[in-house]
Structures are given as structure tokens and as C-alpha cells.
Write a protein that binds this ligand. Sequence first.
Ligand code: HEC
Ligand code: HEC
Ligand code: HEC
Ligand code: HEC
Ligand code: HEC
Ligand code: HEC
Length: 452
Amino acid sequence: MKISNIQQVTMAKTLQLFAFLCVTFFVQHTLFAQGEALFKSKCSSCHQIHKNGTGPMLSGARQRWTDAGEGDLITKWVQNNAALRASGASKRAAAVFKEYGGSQMSLFTDLTDDQVNQILDYADAQPKDDPAKAGANGGVQDPNATAVTEEEEGGLGFIWIVLAVFFIVIILSVGGVRRQLKVASTGDESYNQLTYWEELKTIAWKYRGITGIVGLVLTIAVVVVVFKSLYSINIMENYQPSQPIAFPHETHAGINGIDCKYCHNSVAKSKHAGLPSVNVCMNCHKQISGDGKPFAGEVKKIYAAAGWDPSFGPAGGYRNTKGKPLVWNKVHVLPDHVYFNHSQHVVVGGVDCKQCHGDMTKMKETAKVLPIEELNKVEGNIKLTKATLTMGWCIECHGAKEVTIGDGKNGYYDEIHSRLKKNKTLYKQYLANDGKLTANELGGWECAKCHY
Ligand code: HEC
Ligand code: HEC
Ligand code: HEC
Ligand code: HEC
Ligand code: HEC
Ligand code: HEC
């Protein structure tokens, strides 16, 4: 007796259905992932999903525009809200602008219609009371709260579940076929009485060697995944908050060769690198107004912040208004319990900005946290494997970066360095490990050095 045709057809259909479901899930997942990434990098500094913040909550935004009879205009709004408002074509635009006291949303002329839709799809698909998601999207002003991995891990978990179901179906189908074959070959109908579970147990026992190995591999896999996800808690690679002015590093530090320290003037002296005040911009931009160039609008924002009026007097002048300070959003952010010091790294450690921030002289957009793969591509960088800004990243570099001692760059360290130099046995012992003296051997792996 053969497997009946009907059975073959049902099996084929089940497999097809699952293959189809898998493909759909994968496609949906990638589209969502894009929407999610865009939301995080462009919108999350002002918008939350389910709560009004600087801007209105994004879930249901499309519905609100559709209700106003302007569902097709929402993409235009996101791309260039100023133009849409100016055109007077949208009542919703005027209303929401008024509701938010006339505070300006940034322009996103670089986003395509599809990308805007991906963001809005993503926003609408977020369940309201999922605590993990709520945590991830709430309090977005603090990028630490944007636990990207948590969500991505959730997304991955989804794929794993689909795959698991897929394999269970295959196993069950194969079990069914086996059962039919057994009944056919032995003529013993009692096989049909076995439940799947009983049969599975029999098979598992028969192939106990393989079952054991598979079990072991699965256990190890789970342990590894759990450890990896713990190591990458709070990953914020690619984080790029929106900024008040589209300031490109390439134009300044690259093409015009302005030294990093001109603007980040405390980087060699203190813990903080510091950000330039509007006066620093004005040193040059009093002259460079960008008139007739595409970026004239951006320079006007500098003038507004400084209270400068180029048409005041013969050469322009400061109006009495105070202006409003430029508030740059912080891009690289460590949690409060971590101590990080720039001068320690840049001066004493001799680590180049590129190692941690990438080549800013080629950065065409505003700054962002570069993923470790990007940092590894920069020439001269030590290659690391752990995600940027995680504890694993700091630790890994401290174990790899060689330290030159006693070059008199910093009193405190000179003292530590010279003490080490005098302690010849210890020094030799350090060198004996790997032939070099690394940051960890000077205490770079001590919890208290990095944690308050
Ligand atoms: C700098 C802050 C800021 C950023 C960044 C920002 N928005 Fe907004 N957004 C606002 C404000 C403020 C409003 C309220 C309207 C106004 O005042 O112009 C708004 C309104 C909206 C609305 C209308 C909501 C409604 O209920 O009608 C949508 C849709 C929207 N934003 C989408 C986006 C998307 C998508 C992004 C990212 C690509 C984004 N916004 C980025 C500040 C921002
Ligand atoms: C003309 C002034 C200027 C110069 C020169 C300049 N920067 Fe910046 N930098 C800024 C401004 C303004 C910001 C804030 C806007 C942004 O994030 O893009 C910034 C932001 C940054 C950030 C992100 C800060 C954060 O919040 O985490 C890094 C990193 C950075 N700069 C590195 C560099 C390096 C490295 C150089 C030299 C190669 C450099 N900058 C030269 C003005 C400057
Ligand atoms: C060893 C890695 C490393 C090196 C090297 C490094 N930075 Fe940073 N940078 C960081 C970290 C980490 C932060 C986030 C600090 C925080 O949140 O406390 C940061 C933050 C910044 C900021 C934001 C403002 C601030 O002070 O927090 C600027 C601007 C900046 N870096 C510029 C530079 C420049 C310019 C150089 C080179 C002269 C440089 N960095 C070298 C790791 C580094
Ligand atoms: C040392 C001089 C100098 C300083 C300081 C300076 N800029 Fe510039 N900036 C320039 C030059 C030069 C250009 C290029 C002008 C051109 O291409 O015609 C430029 C261009 C720009 C542009 C347009 C760039 C583009 O390619 O779209 C923006 C925006 C800008 N600056 C913002 C700022 C801001 C914000 C600050 C303060 C944080 C600042 N600049 C400080 C010299 C400076
Ligand atoms: C690219 C390599 C690199 C990365 C990444 C890095 N460091 Fe360092 N760190 C060094 C070097 C080099 C020294 C200097 C050691 C010396 O000369 O004594 C150092 C020194 C330190 C010290 C002083 C240690 C002492 O002995 O007093 C602290 C604290 C520190 N780093 C914290 C951090 C933290 C926190 C991070 C992650 C946010 C980090 N570092 C990331 C290379 C790195
Ligand atoms: C070279 C610097 C460095 C050293 C040494 C270090 N840490 Fe950390 N640690 C960090 C940084 C940076 C973070 C924040 C990572 C993040 O936000 O993803 C962190 C985070 C943590 C966290 C919190 C995880 C979280 O969710 O934010 C714990 C707990 C922790 N460290 C414990 C330790 C212990 C225990 C030691 C000593 C064995 C240690 N650390 C040594 C840099 C360091």
C-alpha cells in the first residue's frame, strides 16, 4: 500500500501554506525593520508612538489625516511641512501646527513616499500595552531608553517561532508518512493507534545518540544567544537624532579643514569634548551667509539663534533680541553610571577620534553613532567586534590597545607609568603575556575605573 494521493496533496498544501507564511513574515519583518530604523533615527527625538511629546503621537496619525479627508497629504506633510502649510492646501496641517503652538517640525525632503509610509505603518502596528515596546518608545528624549536590541531581538524571536512551527509541521508530516509506511510494510494496524507523542518518544529513544547531541547543541545555542543579548544591552548603533541645523562635518572638518578642537575645544583638556556655541559659528558665518546657495536657509537659522540681522546697518549687526541658543541633541550617550573621559583617551591613550567616531571629515549628514562594522572599515583603526558604546566595546579595546608609557603627557598617568617602569618584574610580566602593555594592565578592566 502506498501513501494515499489525498495525503500527499494535503501534505504538499500544508508545506506550501507554511512556505508562503514564512515568506510573508520575512518580507513584512524587513519592511517593518526599515520603518522602525527610520523612525528611530529621524522621528523619535520628537515623536513617541503612543504618547504626545514634542510632537503628537504617531500611532493613528494617518487615521487622523484620513478623518480630515486629507489622507493623501500626510506624506507631503512629513516631507516638507512648511511647504504644505504655506500652500494652504491642508486644514489638518494648519490645525496641528496651531495645536502645537507653532513649533516647527523638521523637514525630511530626502524621504520617499514609500519610506514615509513604512514609518507610519510601523507606528500603527505597535501594540499599545506591550511593556517592552512602551519602554522602548517612551521617554525617547533619552536615547538610552531606545533599547533597539530589545525590539530587534523580539523581531528575530518571531522568525525563530515561524521556523520552529515550520519544522514541527515537517516532522509531523514525515511522521505521518513513516507511520503509513510502517503500517504498509508490516501490516500491523496498531501503529495507527500510537499518538504522535508516543511515536516521537520511540524515535527519540531509537536514535538517542543523535537526540542527545541535538539537545546539547540547542542548549548551548540558547545560552550563547542569551549571553550575546546581555552583552549588547542598550545598543544604540546608527542612532542619529535630528538636529536644529543640518550641520555637515564634511564641509567644515573635511573640505575646509577646520580642526576638531576649534569647535570641540575641551576634548583634550576634560572629560567632555564639548559642543560649539552659536558664537563659534558666527566667527565665520557673519561673512558666509550662503546667499543664493541651497544652504542659505540653514545659515538663517544660525542668524536667528544669534540674534543677527544681515540687513541691519551696512555690514549687518546684532539686534537687541537675545536670540535662542542652538540646542544640539546629544548623539553618543553613555548611561549615568559610566565614567568616560575624553582627555584620558585622546591625550594619554593617544586614541584618534576616528577610532570611536569614524571619519567625521567625510560625514555628509549630522553626526551619528557608527556601527562597529563601519568603524572597522576606517584605515588605522583597531578592529573590534563588540557593538559601539557597549561595555564589551570598551573592554575589548582596553585589552587590545597598546599604551606608550612615560611620554610626559599627563602628570597623573606619568606617575602611574613611572611607578610601573620602576617595578621591572611586573612590567616584564605584563609584556610577557602578549608582548605589549595594554590599557587593561594599567587598570582598564577594573569595574571602579568605569563605574561610579
Ligand atoms: C524637531 C521635532 C520633530 C521631528 C524630528 C519630527 N517631528 Fe513630526 N511633528 C513635530 C511637531 C512639533 C508636530 C506638530 C505640528 C507642528 O507644530 O508643526 C509634528 C507633527 C507631525 C505629524 C502630524 C500628526 C497629526 O496628528 O496630525 C506627523 C504625521 C509627523 N509629525 C510625522 C513625523 C515623522 C514621520 C517624522 C520623522 C521622519 C517626524 N514627524 C519628525 C515635530 C517633529
Ligand atoms: C565647525 C565646527 C565643528 C568642527 C570643526 C567639528 N565639529 Fe564635530 N560637531 C559640531 C557640531 C555643531 C555638532 C553637533 C551636530 C551634530 O551632531 O552633527 C558636532 C557633533 C560631533 C559629534 C557627535 C557629538 C555627540 O553628541 O555625540 C562628534 C563625535 C564630532 N562632532 C566629532 C568631530 C570630529 C572628530 C571633528 C574633527 C575631525 C569635528 N567633530 C569637527 C561642530 C564641529
Ligand atoms: C575611546 C573612544 C573615543 C575617542 C577616541 C573619542 N571619543 Fe568622543 N565620545 C566617546 C564617547 C564614549 C562619548 C559619549 C560620552 C558620554 O556620553 O559621556 C563621546 C562623545 C563625544 C562628543 C559629544 C559631547 C561630549 O563631550 O560628550 C563629541 C563632540 C566628541 N565625542 C568628539 C570627539 C573628538 C573631537 C574626538 C577626537 C579629538 C573624540 N571625540 C575622541 C568616545 C570617544
Ligand atoms: C571656521 C569657519 C566656520 C565655522 C566656525 C563654521 N562654519 Fe559653517 N561653513 C563654513 C564654510 C567655509 C562653509 C562652506 C561655504 C560654501 O560652501 O560656500 C560652511 C557651510 C556651512 C553650512 C552649509 C553646508 C552645506 O554643505 O550644506 C552649514 C549648515 C553650516 N556651515 C553651519 C555651521 C554651524 C551650525 C556652525 C557652528 C557650529 C558653523 N557652520 C561654523 C565655515 C565655518
Ligand atoms: C579604542 C580603544 C578604547 C576604547 C574603545 C575605550 N578605551 Fe578607555 N582607554 C583606552 C586607552 C588606550 C587608555 C589609556 C590607558 C593609559 O594610558 O593608562 C584608556 C583608559 C581608560 C580609563 C582610565 C584607566 C586608568 O587606568 O585609569 C578609563 C576609565 C576608560 N578608559 C574608560 C573607557 C570607557 C568607559 C570606554 C567605553 C565607553 C572606553 N574607555 C573605551 C582605550 C580605549
Ligand atoms: C572599560 C570600562 C568598563 C569597565 C572596566 C567595566 N564596565 Fe560595566 N559598563 C561599561 C559601560 C560603557 C556600560 C554601559 C553599556 C551600555 O549601556 O550598553 C556598562 C554597563 C554595566 C552594567 C549595566 C548593564 C546595563 O544594562 O547598562 C553593569 C551591571 C556593569 N557594567 C557591571 C560591571 C562590572 C561588574 C565590572 C567589573 C567586572 C564592569 N562593569 C567593568 C563600561 C565598563
